[in-house]
Each structure stands twice: as structure tokens, then as C-alpha cells.
Write a protein that binds this ligand. Structure first.
Ligand code: SF4
Length: 223
């Protein structure tokens, strides 16, 4: 892989199913490779078998769909060095670029124009010890004009995850300044139960459903 190529799992056009842009048409650039091994990973197929493409070719294919948003995702997109120039070049073309990252790698080098959706992995993921605290620090220290480009996402599988997430949010006052999306691990927790907990605790986070899993077969790729 050179500084100008990326290993891509898939490029596809769909409805954004998560985060604060849920419901918008979006083109997804899914980069191959991750290695974190989160329990319940729903994109394990992106771990291997990508194809190598030049940045110019990725941009050409992506723009074909003329979507209002482009999301760079994975796998773990920040593992591949060429992802940074890819995002910058898309921003230079006046595209609205979203990045979804697993939260293990610092987003410091990401172009400031990119909207960063940063996962915070709870205990049930089995990898919560690898959450990179740098990302919360960068968000809290961001200049006010860039703060809206940080957003956090936590996927809750049960009560232990919920209580863990609640104390983390309180510790950093994250919901005072940032959108925090709370979703359920599909099939593991009833979203209605999470909603009850959030309302009871007056938690100022946003409940998210993974729209694409309700629109299409939850195991389908490329949606
Ligand atoms: S960081 Fe994301 S892609 Fe990587 S194993 Fe975890 S859930 Fe899967």
C-alpha cells in the first residue's frame, strides 16, 4: 500500500443508519482491516479481502452517487495512512465528510472539516480498555468553532454497559457540549428498555436505532 492507495472493502450508496445524520442518503467508503476484535462487530467481513485503489479512483467512484454526505468507515479507517489525504481531498471538493472510527486511534491528524463520529467501547465489547482517552481530550479542548465536528457513540448491550457509560459521560460532562448517541447492540437489548433508563436518569444523550437494520435484512452487506 502506497501513500496514495487504500485497501477498500466496499463503496456503496445507502441511507445513513446511525449517528446524528441518520436518515440521510450517504455514500460509504468502507476501508478494510481493523484487528480490534470487538465482541459483536457487525462488519467483521471488512477485516480481510479488500481491494487496493488509488485515492483518485476512490473519489471518482464515490462522487458517482452524488450523495449529500460521504462517510469514511471500516474496519478501522484510521489504520491506513492514505485515509488522511483522502478525507482532505474530499473536503476540498466541498463534500460533507463523516468519519466513523472505533475510538482506539487519536483523531488528531484528521482534517478539522471532517465530522468525527467516535465510538466509545463499553465493557461488553471486551476491548473497552483500548478506548483512546486522547479523543475525549481533543474534543474538550477543541476551539468552539470546531466542537460541533465531534460526536460520540456508545453501543449498549446491557445494564452494566449503561451504568459504565453513564458515569463516563458524567465524569467528562460530555453531553453538555457534544452529541452523544446511545444505541443498543442489535438483538441483545430492547431499545425500549434503554429509553426507559435514559428517561429515568434524565440522561441528555440521544437514543439511536440502527435504521439500516430495520430497513433491510440485518445481516446484509452494503447497506
Ligand atoms: S472497531 Fe469497529 S470494525 Fe473494528 S472490530 Fe470493533 S466494531 Fe469491528
Amino acid at each position: 500500500m502506497s501513500a496514495k492507495t487504500l485497501t477498500i472493502s466496499e463503496i456503496f450508496h445507502s441511507i445513513q443508519g446511525e449517528a446524528s445524520f441518520a436518515g440521510w442518503p450517504c455514500t460509504f467508503i468502507r476501508l478494510a482491516g481493523c484487528g480490534h476484535g470487538c465482541a459483536g462487530c457487525d462488519t467483521a467481513y471488512a477485516e480481510n479481502n479488500g481491494i487496493e485503489l488509488e485515492i483518485e479512483e476512490i473519489i471518482k467512484r464515490t462522487l458517482t452517487f452524488q450523495a449529500p454526505f460521504i462517510e469514511v468507515t471500516g474496519g478501522e479507517p484510521l489504520l491506513q495512512p492514505a485515509v488522511y489525504p483522502l478525507m482532505t481531498q474530499l473536503c476540498d471538493l466541498n463534500q460533507k465528510v463523516l468519519l466513523e472510527t472505533g475510538g482506539f486511534i487519536s483523531v488528531e491528524k484528521v482534517d478539522k472539516r471532517v465530522h468525527k463520529i467516535i465510538d466509545i467501547k463499553p465493557p461488553s465489547s471486551g476491548v473497552s480498555q483500548h478506548n483512546n482517552p486522547e479523543n475525549i481530550r481533543l474534543a474538550l479542548e477543541a476551539e468552539s468553532i470546531h466542537r460541533h465536528t465531534f460526536e460520540f457513540k456508545i453501543v449498549i448491550a446491557g445494564k452494566e454497559d449503561y451504568e459504565w457509560a453513564k458515569s463516563l459521560l458524567h465524569e467528562h460532562c460530555l453531553t453538555d457540549s457534544f452529541t452523544v448517541m446511545m444505541g443498543v447492540a442489535f438483538g441483545k437489548l430492547d431499545p425500549g428498555e434503554l429509553a426507559e433508563w435514559m428517561l429515568r436518569d434524565r440522561l441528555r444523550a440521544r437514543l439511536q436505532l440502527q435504521l439500516h437494520k430495520y430497513l433491510w435484512d440485518p445481516s446484509r452487506r452494503g447497506v
